[in-house]
Design a protein around this ligand. Structure first.
Ligand SMILES: [Zn+2]
Ligand SMILES: [Zn+2]
Length: 263
């Protein structure tokens, strides 16, 4: 399997995953020209994307989908079937012949096995995905207010995990630009995952075989790549886990394509 984060953060998200003969994107919150050019930098043609798997309807995950599907007619968008009845405008407007409503939490795109799990977030719905092929597992969990036991179970056994490390709680609490209501929303159980919560989740997942974590959906206001990395490295060390030895930590960026991982 091959995977790379094309963009991550509140201004647009997309992760590329290839396996089992399928090329998929998790979300597309980028402009058409931006996602096409980012795919080109990893030598991929947007025309060959089989599927976009949607996590939720917030525009940093969905805004590019309509334009992508209009140009790339072979691409399908996969959305949980229960979302159909919600009549969300930004989803209802997608071309119906390119929408795959999946009703089972496990399905396939070509030979790539996909499993989907619910995440706690303040959207109409929010899910994460794990992709399995030939014993390897890549998982994506961003936009979640807290790490539940169920989510940990879904992420267990991942080789590579894109996990939200949104904010440093102190930076967020002290940020004068953020109204109290916004802070409360982000810190709530349906907001975003903090560096601390992310670190503790990695501690729980490390014994299940986790080898590579990509810290994702970092806030540009309430976090920095260095702060997220050093906070999590410290939490891991406190639990006897050495970054670079037991597992590796990488950071996903908003404005540049991330590291390409092959497993
Ligand atoms: Zn988001
Ligand atoms: Zn969101």
């Amino acid at each position: 399997m091959k995977t790379v984060c094309l963009s991550s953060g509140s201004k647009g998200n997309s992760i590329f995953i290839e396996g089992g003969g399928a090329k998929v994107l998790i979300d597309d919150g980028l402009t058409l020209s931006n996602i096409e050019s980012r795919l080109k930098t990893i030598f991929e043609d947007a025309d060959n994307i089989d599927a976009i798997l949607l996590t939720h309807e917030h525009c940093d995950h969905l805004s590019g989908v309509k334009f992508f599907l209009k140009k790339h007619k072979k691409t399908k968008i996969f959305i949980p079937a229960f979302v159909k009845e919600m009549s969300i405008d930004s989803i209802s407007c997608l071309p119906s012949n390119q929408v795959e409503w999946f009703s089972s939490s496990e399905f396939k795109v070509k030979d790539l096995e996909v499993s989907c799990f619910i995440l706690p977030h303040d959207s109409n719905f929010c899910v994460g995905y794990s992709m399995n092929f030939e014993g390897k597992k890549v998982s994506v969990a961003t936009d979640l207010g807290f790490m539940s036991k169920d989510t940990l179970r879904s992420l267990s056994g991942s080789d590579i995990l894109f996990l939200e490390s949104n904010h440093d709680e102190n930076l967020l609490r002290q940020n004068p630009k953020y109204p109290a209501k916004t802070k409360k929303r982000i810190l709530s159980d349906t907001g975003h995952l903090s560096n601390l919560a992310c670190g503790l989740a990695i501690v729980s997942l490390a014994p299940t075989g986790l080898k590579q974590v990509v810290l994702s959906h970092l806030s540009e206001e309430n976090n920095t790549p260095n702060l997220a990395y050093s906070t999590i490295k410290k939490i891991l060390l406190e639990h006897g886990i050495e970054e670079g030895k037991h597992l590796c930590i990488d950071v996903a960026f908003q404005n540049e394509v991330g590291t390409i991982f092959n497993i």
